[in-house]
Design a protein around this ligand. Structure first.
Ligand code: MG
Length: 158
């Protein structure tokens, strides 16, 4: 049996803060505000994986009121969330992620993000698709107030 989950996340721009997307540190003048490393890609995917397993949400598992998750490596959180999902009998099949941001360009970093995410899930990078979109200058993403990511994940239960 296969099950599908969806995840969404957004974080505000933070000039001078380190930018981490999909576990990859990208040299860029504007990072993102967050209690953890503010990795919108890892957060959206974690919610998609938890959702597919009916296992709640990243906010329930790693509350931002908990000092343990301050500046946390979100790929480590993804790994931990996936361990929870595996305990429920699910294994990762495939995911597709769209990062919505005016900058930086996602394409040049997509393969590195897929490799990093796949490693965390014990999966093949071929089963992790990462792509970027701009918001064509419109709205809060277009005004560079935030970046967002949407993820869909498929899991299999044996
Ligand atoms: Mg988040």
């Amino acid at each position: 049996m296969t099950r599908t989950g969806i995840g969404y996340d957004s974080h505000r721009f933070a000039p001078g803060r380190r930018l981490v997307l999909g576990g990859v540190t990208i040299p860029h003048p504007e990072g993102l505000v967050g209690h953890s490393d503010a990795d919108v890609v890892a957060h959206a995917l974690t919610d998609a994986i938890l959702g597919a397993a009916g296992a709640g949400s990243i906010g329930a598992l790693f509350p931002d009121t908990d000092a343990r998750w301050k500046d946390a490596d979100s790929i480590a959180l993804l790994r931990e969330a996936y361990a929870t999902v595996r305990q429920r009998g699910f294994t990762f099949v495939q995911c597709d992620i769209t990062v919505i941001t005016e900058a930086p360009k996602i394409g040049p970093h997509a393969a590195a993000m897929a490799t990093c995410i796949a490693e965390a899930l014990g999966a093949s990078a071929a089963d992790v698709n990462v792509k970027g979109k701009t918001n064509e200058g419109m709205g809060f993403i277009g005004r560079r107030e935030c970046r967002a990511a949407i993820a869909v994940a498929t899991l299999e239960r044996r």
